[in-house]
Design a protein around this ligand. Sequence first.
Ligand code: ARG
Length: 594
Amino acid sequence: MKKLLDCIAAELAPCFEACGYDRSYARVTLSNRPDLCEYQCNGAMAAAKAYKKKPIDIAGEVVSKLSGNPMFSEMNAVMPGFINIRLDSAWLAEYLNGMAAEEKLGVEEIGAGETIIVDYGGANVAKPLHVGHLRSAIIGESIKRIGRFLGYHMVGDVHLGDWGLQMGLIIEELRDRKPELPYFDGKVKEEGEYPKEAPFTISELEDIYPAASKKSKEDEVFKNRAQEATFKLQSGYAPFRAIWKHIMDVSLADLKKNYGNLGVTFDLWKGESDAEPYIPGLIQDLQDKGLAYESQGALVVDISEESDSKELPPCIIRKSDGAALYATSDLGTIIEREKEFSPSKYIYITDKRQELHFIQVFRVAKKAGYVKTDTDMVHLMFGTMNGKDGKPFKTREGGIMRLEDLIQEINEAVYARIMENRTVSQEEARKTAGVIGLAALKYGDLSNQASKDYIFDLERFISFEGNTGPYILYTIVRIKSILSKYQEMTGKSPEDGKEEVILPAASEAEKGLMLQLTKYNEVIEASFGETAPHKICQFIYELSDVFNKFYNSVMILKEEDASRQGSYIRLISLTKRVLETCIDLLGFEAPERM
Ligand code: ARG
């Protein structure tokens, strides 16, 4: 469906033209002064300069051409030259009936199947998923869902950190703990000849990594062993590849479970190790193209550009000891992704501390021609999730909070809140707490502009009032309850509600709700175009507010005029569908009751 602002502009454009002005002046925005009008066009002010006339005269001429247009209830030229606009209520009701009749409620599939890679999650294998990876997972999942809804072919890749020093650390710690294992007897067998059973469980593994990491900080010899083991693994030493496979199998099962609990899924479970086969060719190619050169023993590619405001360091693609780096692995991954998907856009979602890394990777990829010149490379950088003390979020003991524990803590708090009222069984309360807890967590994150740091404030996040996930859910649940009562009373199913039509608004509160709903398609497109899910949060927060104002101003279930009541029902059911779609795009859902 055409966006509402475009509908209005489309009426104004021929009027500008008929008065001898260019149609491009017909741009329309939401009003800055909602007390005076709903929309405004400032085109006359801009046209005044070009045509050397008084803006108010131009505005007046254009407005007079529009008189009698059924789309508007008001269209005024006001000093110094604004055009103030109000929509006709009957026209508005028709626009909403049009939305309600469409499966996607007026959102168009602008993506047309174009492929976009979203690289998010980025957990490091064998290290427990912690809150640092939480933001990437939450934001990325939402971006992927929004893109998919808009008709893009979104390919979500978790891009695991599965090839780094942590692997060497685990191998050497395992050797110290279980030297009798066949991986350490010095003999090299075929990969298939090693045991099928992993020599550790996930909880052992979770203990092995931190122990090894601690040891390596205190023990230089151990650290060197770990580095050596990492190097051997990366050069294909079979016993270590076999251990690596065990680590991967055990960790992946656990990661999938954890991401699953967050409602986060991936199309690809690839990792840094998958880039490995491309790296020798990549390095050779960068040298052949004259892009890579030796500098202090390392191989580097210059990436600075004249327009840079500060000097950017070259991208190191191979260290002096011959090891490939994070950047090399990301370049290798791009080569693989081009080969398999040839996407028109990449979206990477990481902490903003990786800013330079991605500038370097993107520039090398473009310079070397690994991606097309017009491929859109986006790095969506997010800020830190802080505790109430303004410092990066920690447990009460000062350690890194594990994701599972964080979710547990939220769910407990929500559960306690639900049980205060004690209207539902314990079992239902538990289930509902899980649903609300996830919404609280995700909305608490997504409602902030991604690049900003934010404070994880449990009490605020789980509150049923204010700009929170639970408030949105509460609004949805309230609508569901009215709809089911309506169904009980009338025997009509409000969900298909096809008999009902939305009538012109009978009050300001109702019109306010209607006007807010019309922003839907615009907001969804903008949130994707600007990779900004917070725009959806802002929209549904405002929508919930205007809905609740409307709800408090009318007696929907006591309305005696059946067609008026049917119209209310159709309107609130549309509100519910919009809210439910939006929260699905944000990555959570509403319970039946709360
Ligand atoms: N594993 C990385 C980390 O924990 C994040 C990976 C992000 N994706 C990428 N293609 N570099 O920092």
